[in-house]
Design a protein around this ligand. Sequence first.
Ligand code: MN3
Length: 233
Amino acid sequence: MKQKNLVLTFVLAIAVLPLFASNPSDKALSTKAVELVFPELPYAYNALEPTIDAKTMEIHYSKHHKAYYNNFLAAIKETPAANLDLKSIFAEISKQPIAVRNNGGGYYNHNLFWENMTAAKTAPSASLKAAIEKDFGSFDKFKEEFSGAAKKQFGSGWAWLVLGKDGKLFVSSTPNQDNPLMDVVEKKGTPLLALDVWEHAYYLKYQNLRADYVDNFWNIVNWDVVSKRFENK
Ligand code: MN3
């Protein structure tokens, strides 16, 4: 290869690499349960204000999320599943005690959630945008469907944008701490975007107005991360 081409290849590789580097939440899936770590919040507690207030973020991360993590490790240690990776555990979660399902989901779902939010202005990659337009008709229709799923989820749960095994995107919601990687869930696939609609996620600021919280969520979606999750699949 001529030196000029070599340099060009190198420059291109550097430019493209961040797109393929995996998110910490991906790493969590391939880590043995006993070796899982409690992740750092990728920003300050007040970073997502005014959409999410600092007090909610602090309690949500340092109390709720931490408790899921601690309770998951307590539930799984000294069981054969302690040496399985999280992805394998989710794939057969129906065989696990309910404490493993609730706390394992609670641990992982929040990892995804923190990561797919940011104060920065971001936009979906060209390929994710094209896939959304193809599978939902338009970007607005996707937003409408996702917001609808988040607002209508009865009680505690999550709304998801998911990449199905057939390569198509779909929107779903799950109760409690279930997620699309679990065998108990009707519509399975790879989660790309997660929204927590438990009251603990919004009640201090929004009280009963979950719909306002959901509508404001669009201001803080980290499309760089969502695009990366999509490109890596
Ligand atoms: Mn939560």
